[in-house]
Each structure stands twice: as C-alpha cells, then as structure tokens.
Design a protein around this ligand. Structure first.
Ligand code: GUN
Ligand code: FE
Length: 455
C-alpha cells in the first residue's frame, strides 16, 4: 500500500463544472502523506525535472508514478443512494411497481436484519464490491435495526470507504414486521445509533451520521419532528425518499395534514438542509422546486431504479436549471446495478427517453454532465464539494486509476496528444468500460480496492 507522498504523472480527468470536463493529457498531481492533494500541475514542463520542481512542496523524496498511455486518473465516484440491506435482492422483483415491490421483496428482506451475522456477511460484500466498482463514497440506506446499521458503519470505516450511514426510521405503512413498535422506541434507537457513529469516527474522516425517515408514508409527524431535532443536535445528514410516485405523495399528504406538498412536510420538521439527500424527486410541484432550492437540499437521481419500478422520469435538467444540487444513485436493489459508472449510462438513456417523449432536446444530459453528476455533483449533494469530487489543491485524494488496456480495443496511435482523442478515450471508458478497468481505488490517499488489489 502506497501511503507516502507521491506524484502521479500522466493523463488526469475531472470535472470543473457541470459543462466543463477537464482532460489533461500530461499533468502532475501531488498527494501528501495525509491523503490531501498538494498540487495539480496542469501542464508538465519537463518530467525529469519533477523532483527539483517540487522540492519546495516537500516532495523531494516523493515516489513518482508514471501513468501508462492507456491509463488515467479519475475522481472516486459518489453513490448518493444505495440500500445496503437490499443487496441480496439485486436483479429480483422487477415485475412489480413500487408498492408491490416494497411489500413483496423489500419489507421481508429488510425485516431479516435482526440477524447480525447476516448483516456482517452482506455488508462486507456490499462495501468491498462498491469499492471495487469505484464508489469511494456511498450514502447508505439501511433498516431500523441499530446493531446491523452499526455493523455497516464499522465495515465501511474498516475497509476505508467514505460513507453516510444511519438507521432507518419506520413505525407504520410497511409489511412483514418491518417496523418499529413506537415513536418513542424509534427515536431512542436513532439516538443510540447517532451516538455510535459519533464514537466511531469523531472527526468524520470517513463515516458521517444520518437520520433516515424512510419516507412520508412511514413516519408520522411526531417521528419526523423528533428526527428533525436529532438532525440538529448531531449535525447529521438526512436521507429519505421523496415524490417517487403519485401514490407515495398521496399517502404522505394523507398522513401529514395540513401540508400540501412533500417538501413542505419535510421542511416543517427541519429535515431539509444542505445535508439532506432526497431520493427520486420525480413528481414535483413548483413549490417543491423552490423548497429544495431555498433549503439547499440535494437530489439523488436514480435512473436505473426509476426505470425498473416504472416510477417515472426525473426531470434532471429542470432541477439543474433551477440551481438544485443533483447526484447519481444506484438505489439498489430497486436498481439492479450497484455501480455509478453504469448509472451514468442509465442517466444518459433516461434523459434521451425524456427528450423523445417531450420533443425537447434540452433534456438530454451531455457527456460532461454525466461525469459531473457521478463525481462533483454527488459531492455537492453530500455538502462535500470542498473535500471530494475533483482534483483540486487541498481536497482529499479519492481517486481511481483507470486502465482500459485489454478491455477496450483501441488502435495504436489512439493516444495522440492534444487532439480530441483523449476525450474519445474517456467516452469509450464511460460507455464501454467495465470494472476490470478500475485498477486502483483510493480514499483519502489510501489504497482500498480495485482490480490490482482484489484480483
Ligand atoms: N420507498 C420506500 N422504501 C423504498 C425503497 O426501499 N426503495 C425505493 N426506491 N423507494 C422506497
Ligand atoms: Fe431508495
């Protein structure tokens, strides 16, 4: 494991903004021993002179790693919404729509996490696999079981993944015993969970606490209010479902009178903040858009899941144009693919379907936008734009070493410098690459996964 100061030399790819993807054919990136990025030198003057050049930065003895022509550095990908306990259900249940699917697949599976051994087995596989697929940060949805949720947090922490974790809150509206017995017990359990997270990683280097109202139909007003108080007390994230289907909205508004919108309900309980992750946001009213914007809450867009459950199509362009933060989520197991690499492709297809359906080309998400959503957009949703999502001085080195050799066939001469071919390479990787191309995965500068590590 290389953890000393080091300099990467070669092709570096990262987003600068929604519309601007920066592809640097010959750059140098310095990583300090503490995992922070010391510098990004966009144009390499003279490779042999590197050591002298960076002496002033304290990089005299740094190891220099020369990337191959088939390799590039890419920011670690960010999954803003994945249900860890649903992992064994991946690829199952696609015949049902949301409510049938939740009742027939999700509720019985989630209820089974009273078994800590099962949690240990499943969560170990979830964290190892998502790391290998390039997700350096994941916002995990869980179940209401405190111990199982603590196991997930500890697993992510030990394996070196950045994670947002909290127990799910749910006292009604579900089946198969997948609920908590009272609001008091639910809030007491949530408090125990938040205390565990605080003790596990007091400085929040990797693991961040979260309150998780499952969604409007599952948490009565008193429970939402209690979670809002805990969020404030612990400066915790909020992760919940929102406006996924019309029935989701109808059930929410029936339980939460007199509110007339989903966001008004969450907002009234202090649950919409810049650290709130709202999954789906498909069927929004204008008031929802303004509430998301004014509170700084972000949206997890889950194109694969929304297609599998036939929830509808999230109008990502309208959210982005309004200035709302958007990232990508896999939403496993409603989505069957646990990779954000694949979520970029789903987001592209879904946006193109929306353009066909509406006749409005503006709905198409362009290439730089897909990369942004998978990286810096996710970082914004998680309120971590100053920490992760791109390679800038002072940020933490969450990164992938991608190598397309042996996976994507490219002719000799494909790697011409300064031409459009560098961009072609990245496009081919986004649309044709698989996890074999993800050779090394770093979080905070530490090597934590990838094919070179896991085989
Ligand atoms: N609404 C309530 N629970 C769930 C879930 O597990 N997945 C999705 N997509 N929506 C939900
Ligand atoms: Fe979900």
């Amino acid at each position: 494991m290389s953890s000393g100061p080091r300099i990467y030399v070669g092709r570096i790819v990262h987003p600068k903004s929604l519309k601007q993807l920066e592809i640097l054919p010959q750059a140098a990136l310095g990583v300090r021993e503490n995992g922070k990025i010391a510098f990004l030198e966009r144009q390499l003057p003279d490779p042999p002179a590197l050591k002298t050049m960076y002496a002033a930065e304290g990089f005299v003895d740094a190891m220099t790693i020369y990337l191959k022509p088939s390799e590039f550095l890419f920011p670690g990908m960010i999954d803003t919404h994945l249900h860890a306990p649903q992992w064994p259900n991946l690829a199952l249940g696609m015949e049902g729509e949301l409510r049938d699917w939740v009742e027939n697949y999700t509720d019985p599976m989630e209820a089974s996490y009273s078994d800590n051994d099962k949690a240990r087995r499943v969560y170990s596989d979830v964290v190892s696999t998502t790391l290998k697929l390039g997700s350096t940060t994941v916002a995990y949805n869980t179940t209401h079981h405190v111990e199982a949720t603590n196991i997930l947090a500890k697993t992510a922490f030990d394996k070196g993944q950045r994670a947002i974790v909290g127990k799910m809150s749910i006292t009604q509206g579900s089946t198969h015993g997948n609920w908590e017995d009272s609001i008091e017990e639910s809030l007491a359990a949530s408090e125990r969970d938040l205390e565990f997270m605080k003790a596990l990683d007091p400085e929040r280097r990797l693991v961040h606490p979260c309150v998780q109202p499952r969604g409007g139909p599952y948490c009565p007003p008193e429970l939402m209010a209690g979670l809002g108080e805990q969020r404030e007390k612990y400066d915790a994230y909020v992760q919940g479902h929102m406006c996924e289907t019309q029935s989701d909205i109808d059930r929410t508004l029936a339980l939460h009178t007199p509110h007339t919108s989903y966001t008004a309900m969450y907002k009234s309980h202090n649950l919409l903040t810049p650290k709130s992750i709202m999954a789906h946001c498909i069927h929004l009213q204008p008031t929802d858009i303004s509430n998301l914007l004014s509170t700084g809450a972000g949206v997890a867009h889950n194109p694969n899941s929304n297609t599998c459950l036939r929830d509808g199509i999230c109008r990502v362009r309208d959210l982005l144009s309004a200035g709302i933060k958007v990232g990508l989520g896999t939403d496993c197991s409603a989505g069957y693919m646990p990779s954000i690499h694949s979520a970029m492709r789903s987001a592209s297809n879904v946006s193109r379907n929306l353009a066909m359906q509406t006749g409005e080309e503006r709905y198409i998400l362009g290439f730089s936008e897909l990369v942004f959503l998978a990286t810096l957009g996710g970082a914004e949703v998680l309120d971590m734009r100053d920490r992760i999502g791109s390679f800038e001085e002072g940020k933490e080195f969450d990164a992938l070493v991608v190598d397309v050799e042996g996976v994507i066939s490219v002719e000799e001469g494909m790697w011409g410098e300064g031409s459009g071919r560098d961009e072609d390479l990245v496009k081919k990787w986004v649309f044709l690459g698989d996890d074999r191309t993800i050779r090394k995965v770093f979080v905070r500068g530490r090597l934590v996964g990838g094919h070179d590590v896991d085989g």
